[in-house]
Design a protein around this ligand. Structure first.
Ligand SMILES: [Zn+2]
Length: 400
């Protein structure tokens, strides 16, 4: 009797696994079809969304959506349920207009959670477009040079991160009011970025960057990293200065002066690390996958500025790897709290005026459907609707 029951159970289990396998195999076979570009007349085979830029590069809707779902799972585990729900619904349905060869996003719902990878991709595209327009306009009208400024403070733990960030915003405001800044800087774009130190041990690369720091503490390669798990908030700023900045003593601010200005603004009892450098035209921008090729070209011509023209929350900084981990949940909790209701990007002076004049809108909390003026859709274009398919983990075109 017992043996019989076991046999039935075995068969039941085997049956269950078989159907699971068949299902998985079905998906697998389908993906093989896609990769081999075999067209099939079978109406029941889902058609996968393909959205390409003018230069033929695939827009990574699927990848961003997968990362958003993974991030939402971390939010869920962190107990941030309503944000998790919103993020899971982010860009679940995309309505495009089909114009000529191209698809133009026309309707979608974006969750706008600060740490959402999907939303931050859209924000980055929008900021890159805005900064391109602003820099072009400034360069047309004025004879200026562009500088990158990085302002840092010591790493902090999760608990004091919110107050550190508030103090940094306050300090940046103070900095822009100083006479030296007002005299030399005609306008700026600034972005607050927070990264987390994830190295459990001191790697050779780390050690080489700052040997005296480790020597002082009697530490060497392979030892535990004293900063493991801490957060590193810092500002990236793009500054617009008069063309005579480097020649005119009234304008020029040395690196050491930038450092002491920031130390004073931030009221620090130590010397912070501050970088200032001229913006040089960049030929190699491959690593900046966020930007589309035509935009890259224009940016290169404008000697600019991609490094800061993006949304400063990097999805790989928040969620490391492809699994839900306690460390990632911790990061989500800390950053969600510290960045809530904060405007991570901002413009000042001439750049703010031109942003307003060009009527560019809010890249952070505003519309994430329409990125640029080119996204205006002609009448008569027909709709293409793509819906997220949970099983396929991809966008499927809705049949007509
Ligand atoms: Zn979102």
């Amino acid at each position: 009797m017992l043996r019989l029951r076991c046999r039935i159970l075995n068969q039941l289990q085997r049956g269950f696994f078989l159907s699971l396998l068949t299902y998985q195999k079905g998906v697998f076979t389908f993906i093989m079809y896609k990769n081999n570009n075999i067209e099939t007349s079978d109406k029941s085979t889902p058609k996968i969304l393909e959205d390409k830029t003018k230069s033929g590069k695939e827009r990574d809707w699927k990848g961003k959506k997968r990362r958003s779902i993974l991030t939402a799972e971390h939010f869920e585990k962190a107990g941030l349920h309503s944000k998790a729900e919103r993020m899971k619904d982010c860009a679940t349905q995309l309505v495009f207009k089909h114009t000529g060869e191209a698809l133009k996003l026309y309707q979608a719902w974006f969750c706008k959670v600060r740490l959402c990878p999907m939303c931050n991709w859209r924000r980055s595209l929008k900021i890159a477009y805005h900064n391109k327009r602003i820099v072009e306009t400034v360069n047309e009208r004025e004879n200026v040079r562009w500088l990158f400024l990085t302002l840092t403070v010591k790493n902090t733990d999760a608990e004091s991160l919110p107050e550190t960030i508030s103090a940094m915003f306050e300090a940046f405001r103070r900095l822009t009011k100083y006479k030296a800044f007002k005299t030399s800087v005609r306008g700026f774009f600034r972005a607050l970025e927070v990264t987390r130190d994830r190295d459990t041990h001191i790697t050779e690369e780390r050690y080489k960057k700052n040997p005296s720091y480790y020597k002082r503490q009697g530490l060497s390669v392979g030892d535990e990293n004293p900063n493991y798990g801490t957060y590193h908030p810092h500002f990236h700023a793009l500054l617009c200065v008069p063309a005579s900045y480097f020649k005119n003593k009234d304008f020029y601010i040395k690196q050491s002066e930038w450092t002491s200005l920031w130390q004073k603004a931030m009221k620090l009892d130590y010397t912070p690390i501050v970088h200032i450098q001229k913006v040089k035209p960049k030929e190699k921008l491959d690593e900046l996958e966020t930007y589309e090729k035509d935009l890259k070209k224009a940016m290169k011509e404008q000697n600019a500025i991609l490094e800061v023209s993006k949304y400063p929350v990097k999805d790989t900084d928040v969620i490391k790897g492809n699994k839900v981990t306690d460390e990632n949940v911790e990061t989500v909790l800390a950053l969600d709290d510290a960045l809530a209701y904060k405007r991570l990007i901002g413009y000042g002076g001439l750049l703010k005026e031109i942003h307003k004049e060009l009527n560019l809108g809010d890249a952070e909390d505003g519309d994430l459907v329409k990125i640029s003026e080119d996204d205006e859709v002609a009448n008569g274009a027909f709709d293409v609707i793509a819906r997220w398919h949970i099983g396929l983990k991809n966008y499927v075109i809705q049949g007509d």
